[in-house]
Design a protein around this ligand. Sequence first.
Ligand code: PHE
Length: 340
Amino acid sequence: MKEKLQKIRENAIAEIEKSDSLAKLNEVRTAILGKKGELTAVLKGMKDVAPEERPKVGQLVNETRGAIEEKLEEIKKKLEAEALRARYESEKIDVTMPAVTNKKGNLHPITQVRNQLIDIFGSMGFEVYEGTEIETDHYNFTALNTPKDHPARDMQDTFYLSPEFLLRTQTSAGQIHVMEAKKPPIKIISPGKVFRSDDDATHSPMFTQMEGLVVDKGITLCDLKGMLDELVKKIFGKETTTRLRPSYFPFTEPSVEVDVSCFQCGGKGCKLCKGTGWIEVLGAGVVNNKVLAGCGIDTDEYSGFAFGIGIERIAMLKYGINNIKLLFESDLRVLDQIDD
Ligand code: PHE
């Protein structure tokens, strides 16, 4: 009996040590200590043992059981620790790995410049008025002192939709709508698309303008100049100044072309300013009395100035773009680079 128990014990311990998983270990436990287990069978056989031998054999069985249970517990702990380590290993996070980033989009350069201008003018107290892209001949030309057969109509090759309707060639059309709807003081900007049959490296049949109109008592060309100086400093940098050159628009008198001092060379002359030190950026002027009067504004009391900025032109200058088409081709390799 003693040998039998010894054998069971040795076998059991060997089996337990061989177990490489908790499931296997459980199988071994059942095979030895379970209802039909080897050791349980020995216990059941106690009745055949001589009564005087029983205490001794009983003690031996208990010892064997104790040793086996101890071993089971030891290996169980070991396997559990291994399982936990394996889990940690598989869930390990390498904090030095480069992160998977989401690509961030950005606004179109035209939208960026448009928003920047709206911010600047907003800070000067301008309100935004958005006109419509389809206009009548009256608002786009006649009310802006450009009647039929006026030579200035040739300055803008127009897409007519019918004899009466056209795609607006200038946001100036909005000036009339605003002056008809609102009494002075007026201080608005009007951004939007305009259309002209024109197509080369610096002209596109569709482009974006931002109109500005100020009408109040005592407005002069000096107010325009002062505002422009402030504007260009904010767009192109603190050192930038403006100069006005005489020009012609039927709806302003006097009319000016506005140049900014070259922000690339500081006025010394470079490729960007074609050696002149100046870059043309917009058209402007004092609102023609005929236009004010046509909108029912008393020209003895009120005067105004207006300006029209080409947004693509500002974007091209600001971001060093040499062909206007790059702004409309939607090539992400170009657009990705412009994120102010
Ligand atoms: N509408 C003019 C153009 O498109 C620009 C302009 C606006 C000029 C307002 C003077 C005043 O060329």
